[in-house]
Design a protein around this ligand. Structure first.
Ligand code: ADP
Length: 587
């Protein structure tokens, strides 16, 4: 039941009780007062009649009867006078001789004992509700008779009825007044409580924008203000917490390290995208699932459990085999609440695979470079030593060795140039692009080849029928790509072979292909030929002045332009290297 209703019921019950009790009390009080006054008046009258009776003497019966009748007219009541034996000797309403002895009437009985007698009853003689009072007629101490007055109560009853009605109406009016004030007062107190309750419910439902709209200068008003400032503070705190949470989420998502948060029962609470990738969760929500089910590596699970029981952070390196081989550096820290109780753990996972791969690549690279340099240096040194040892005196030998030394120096020069090129490409310096005409570039390259005497091979350029749009690229770099590819094609194709440079349009790209009918590349090697220093036939490559870096540089440049390079080859039949370049967008 609502507080207001309860208060109202309580109040109305109290009010009703007070109203009924006070009405009853007043009615009772007033009624007995009125009756007492009536009786007292009647006694006074009776006393006067008694005085008259004593004056006249009881023996003169007609006279007494006359006294009774006269008194009855004045008093407006029936007057009866009886002697000490109870016989009626005078009556204002009936003939005394016909009346029976009145000694046994209760009021007369009392009066004959010397007291004031009273009774109220229905008169059998005249059939009315009457009040009887009897007054003893005393001469000295002796009771010689009784004066009895009988007054019709009709008037009195009517008066009392009106009195009662008046009292009831007054009490009712007061009660209604009190009810009105009560309701107003109850509402005065319960409205702010209802308002507080409404707003408290809104807060509980998460709506902190609600405000208490009661500003009374009392305790409830104070409470309302406290509510409002509490909501304000809460909203601010929530906003702050929300912002912190979002910040943390962004930090977590941008972290390259995988983060896995687990609760005390070893259930996953949170993972970031990096962790999802490492464990292969594949976007499926693993939150709430036991870590044992989702992380399939017992080394890691053991570590997590160790941290859980020791409550000490742990760091280790381990290999994950599923979903793919990864070398991981793992750091696990226990999570504790403010009282120091363990609530879970945070696992940070750094994927070392890439790092390890890079380390290996660097080591390989350094090894390769050293190896590539060592060969020409060793032969230059050997030849120089041979010359110094006396071979210089042999003219033919001297010329041959000097030529060899010159070749080796060229090779070293090529190698250093290619390395410098790669270093520049690795540094990802912005490529300066410009629109240029490919056909012009082809002509330029063709002229260069003619100068070098490469025309001995069957070499041709295939251009499309329609005019080609300009490409948007770094002209010098693309020239380098084409020279590298053509260089290879010439190098790995016999003199009888054919070499074709073709170009055509494919959407927003032009595709350029260098095809030869040379030695070809085994299928198994195709995937590796773009690696640095990778050569299918080392001796042949070196003999042709190759460094093993040409295709690596080509791939680097093409991809730097957003293009793709592909190779198709079959052993002893020939190879086709093709790559794409973006055309200049129109408009
Ligand atoms: P290199 O300086 O040795 O030519 P590249 O990086 O240009 O180095 O090429 C790598 C290897 O790919 C070469 O050693 C060769 O074995 C192979 N290769 C490249 N182009 C061709 C081709 N047109 N035909 C056959 N093999 C080729």
């Amino acid at each position: 039941m609502k507080f207001k209703t309860r208060l109202f019921l309580f109040y109305i019950t109290g009010l009703g009780l007070v109203a009924v009790l006070s009405a009853a009390y007043f009615i009772n009080f007033e009624e007995s007062r009125v009756r007492r006054t009536t009786e007292e008046n009647l006694y006074i009258q009776a006393k006067l009649v008694a005085g008259k009776v004593i004056g006249e003497g009881l023996n003169n019966q007609p006279l007494i009867n006359a006294v009774a009748s006269e008194a009855a007219r004045d008093i407006e009541a029936r007057v009866t006078i009886v002697n000490a034996e109870g016989n009626v000797i005078g009556d204002s309403a009936e003939d005394p001789s016909k009346m029976d002895n009145h000694r046994d009437r209760p009021e007369i009985k009392e009066a004959l004992l010397g007291e004031l007698g009273t009774d109220r009853r229905l008169s059998k003689t005249i059939d009315r509700d009457l009040i009887y009072i009897a007054y003893p007629i005393k001469v000295g101490d002796q009771i010689i008779g009784v004066v009895r007055l009988a007054k019709d109560q009709k008037e009195l009853n009517r008066f009392l009825f009106r009195l009662r009605l008046l009292i009831i109406l007054s009490v009712l009016a007061v009660a209604l007044f009190a009810l009105f004030f009560g309701v107003v007062t109850i509402r005065h107190f319960t409205d702010p409580i209802n308002e507080l309750q409404r707003v408290a419910h809104s807060f509980a439902g998460g709506d902190l924008a609600e405000r208490v709209r009661y500003f009374g200068r009392d305790e409830l008003g104070d409470l309302g203000l406290a509510f409002n400032s509490m909501a304000q503070r809460l909203a601010e705190s929530f906003a702050m917490l929300g912002a912190e949470k979002r910040k943390l989420e962004v930090i977590l998502e941008t972290l390259s390290d995988g983060i896995l948060v687990i609760d005390r029962d070893l259930k996953v609470i949170l993972t970031n995208t990096a962790a999802d990738l490492i464990f292969g969760f594949g976007g499926g929500d693993v939150r709430g699932r036991p870590v044992m089910e989702v992380v399939l590596n017992h080394h890691l699970l053991d570590l997590i459990q160790e941290v859980n029981s020791s409550r000490q952070p742990k760091e280790n390196e381990l290999t994950l085999y599923y979903p793919r081989n990864r070398q991981l550096q793992v750091f696990i820290a226990p999570l504790k609440d403010e009282t120091g109780n363990l609530t879970g753990s945070v696992t940070a996972l750094r994927d070392l695979s890439q790092l390890r791969h890079l380390e290996r690549v660097r080591q390989d690279f350094v090894g390769n470079v050293s190896h590539e340099l060592r060969t020409p240096i060793t032969s230059v040194k050997a030849m120089t030593e041979t010359l110094l040892a006396g071979a210089r005196n042999d003219e033919a030998m001297l010329v041959r060795y000097l030529n060899e030394i010159n070749n080796e120096s060229d090779r070293m020069n090529n190698l250093v140039n290619d390395l410098l090129d790669l270093a520049k490409l690795d540094a990802k310096v912005e490529i300066n692009r410009e629109p240029f005409d490919l056909v012009e570039l082809f002509e330029e390259i063709q002229e260069g080849l003619a100068l070098k005497g490469e025309q001995a091979r069957d070499f041709a350029v295939n251009l499309p029928a329609e005019p080609l749009p300009q490409v948007f690229a770094n002209r010098d770099r693309i020239k380098q790509v084409l020279i590298n590819l053509l260089d290879n094609a010439f190098k790995y194709t016999s003199v009888e072979g054919q070499i074709r440079l073709s170009v055509w349009l494919e959407g927003n790209w032009v595709k350029i292909a260098v095809a030869d009918t040379g030695i070809g590349i085994p299928q198994s090697e195709l995937g590796r030929i773009f690696e640095r220093f990778y050569r299918v036939d080392k001796a042949r490559s070196r003999a042709g002045g190759g460094t093993g870096l040409g295709l690596a540089i080509v791939k680097h440049i093409v991809e730097g332009h957003g293009g793709r390079i592909e190779v198709e080859s079959s052993l002893n039949k020939g190879s086709v290297f093709s790559f794409t370049l973006p055309v200049v967008k129109e408009g």
